[in-house]
Design a protein around this ligand. Sequence first.
Ligand code: MG
Length: 375
Amino acid sequence: MKRLAILGSTGSIGAQTLDVVRALPGHFQVVALSGGRNLELLRQQVEEFRPLLAYSPVEGAAAALAGAGVRISPLEEIVTNGRVDLVVMAISGSPALSPTLAALRAGKTVALASKEALVMAGALVMREAREHGVQLLPVDSEHSAIWQCIQGEVGRDEIAKVHLTASGGAFRDLSREQLEQVTPEEALRHPTWRMGRKVTIDSATLMNKGLEVIEAHWLFDLPFDRIDVVMHRESIVHSLVEFVDGSVKAQLGVPDMRLPIQYALTYPSRLPNEELPRLDLASMGPLTFNDVELGRYPCLRLALEAARAGGTATTVLNAADEVAVERFLAGDIAFLDIPRLVERVLAQHQPVAGPELETILEADAWARAQARKAI
Ligand code: MG
């Protein structure tokens, strides 16, 4: 039995993690759950999975969860608790950073769905993992694909390139004129994946793919010139690894986040799961691959520029994007204002190389303030 702490259990990845746990009885014990603002869903999850510990930022959470025999604990206490073997980090956005660092320092294996922790503070997160001998397990589908492809391979020097696939998101067929008019509701309709709101908007701007390039750089210790993005509308090939001898391995599957989640939970084993859809090769239709037009996706260009600038540049990129997406979802700015805002904040920033946590948090707060001011 692996004993799990699931942080962000009421979000899309968290709920799908519980789907996997439910489908594989006898393999996992849920020791702790932490939710977001949806206290009612957290209460239902607590009743069903009976964890020892829970956390909710909502006022009155202790009273709402009182009947279930669960102890309300801060996130720090949850991720360092002796009964936890594996922390599933599925908190959306920058709030994931501090509990991720705490889990690594406590020597806990972390299944990381929150790419923002690596975008904000990749060097720091990877250093903590190394120093405490902890493995970071990818949950993001592209990174899970790369991870699956390199199982049994000898080393990073044998990887010529990784190719991250991008679906293109909700607006891949729209003209620039049409993009001026799109609404949050339209942006939230992803053609192939079921995901949270922030990542769905990031998919439409392709910022998500930029964040994933940065995530891959840290997770697999690869320089940026060995990470490529290719457009693949069908989201069947989840990413590819090209080796130095020219051989290419890909991981395929139906686009369903439960698959990469389950691989991280059961790693290094694989388990049958009746609930998961199967890929039917004969009926899936043709698979297409195209170059990404950077001119069409300014957010991807900005992310790649920030990645090359390094240091706090990616922290600022992430913070400005979080504010921009939040304001777009609230109806305060237009879709095409997202890259404009991010670009403006990045242009004002002087990146600091090799930042420690304090500098990272300062850069994050500065970027948020600048972004809000610019609106
Ligand atoms: Mg992804």
